[in-house]
Write a protein that binds this ligand. Sequence first.
Ligand code: FE2
Length: 304
Amino acid sequence: MITGDSSTEAKTPLGNLEEWEDFLKTRYPEPASNGNHAKPFQAVDPEKKSEQFRNYEADARPTVREFYRLNHRHQTYDFVQAKKKDFLSLSRRRMSIWEAMEFLNTLVDDSDPDTDLSQLEHLLQTAEQIRNDGHPRWFILTGLIHDLGKILCLFGEPQWAVVGDTFPVGCVWSDKIVFHQFFADNPDVSQPRYQTRTGVYSEGCGLDNVHLSWGHDEYLYHVVKDYLPPEALYMIRYHSFYPAHREGEYQHLMNDQDKAMFKWVRDFNPYDLYTKSHQKPDVARLRPFYQELIAEYFPEKLSW
Ligand SMILES: [Fe+2]
């Protein structure tokens, strides 16, 4: 919510984090035939024009618009380097996965407690849908944990540095990035080395060498990268990289492994976007199954 307090205004333009996800769903509505998640998922519509983005932008809530304005203005190359230096030492807490889920659950926002689900319930819903569709155990586990990086909000980070569609910094911004016009206020616009197609990178250099705008995807990737298979790590690290996995942009920075692995990022996306309902999962009943699954892949405590 936008309030009169300027510090609050800059940190929390959204009433809650779900406003960003609701906006994603208006841009990428669930295909009617894909309701049961059984059919192949068509990720990229090559016919989509930037014109359509403008309609979504015009119809977006003022809070969502303000959120993207701050995100595009402040996510500079230097900002990303500074956040990586600050957070990727993973020296804030030692927690188990379940403790991190309970910690994320303390995130209190403007959502209505009578009708909305908690963060922990959302994670269980996503995991349960993946489990119901018969996917491997590591895939279920990925659904369970994929948003745990949102604990960045509890470390005092502003919403625009935790969620939002991610994009590379240090090279020119794709015009398929929603609210592209807000990049006009990003200081990197006046740095010629950041304004070419490859920028500070090189053709086919691989996404591991590319800095994306800072948020919950990259942070969680570093927390879990030693414990999960590469497919899971791609899902975690790039699930908000909509310009690539839904718009097909930035192929020129990918290597062959990235291109192959993005199949998994696209397979994961429907579970991220479309599994949330108002039906509460039974946490007490589900907990033993998920505790066992967590123990199969992770040590008792991880560094956050
Ligand atoms: Fe996410």
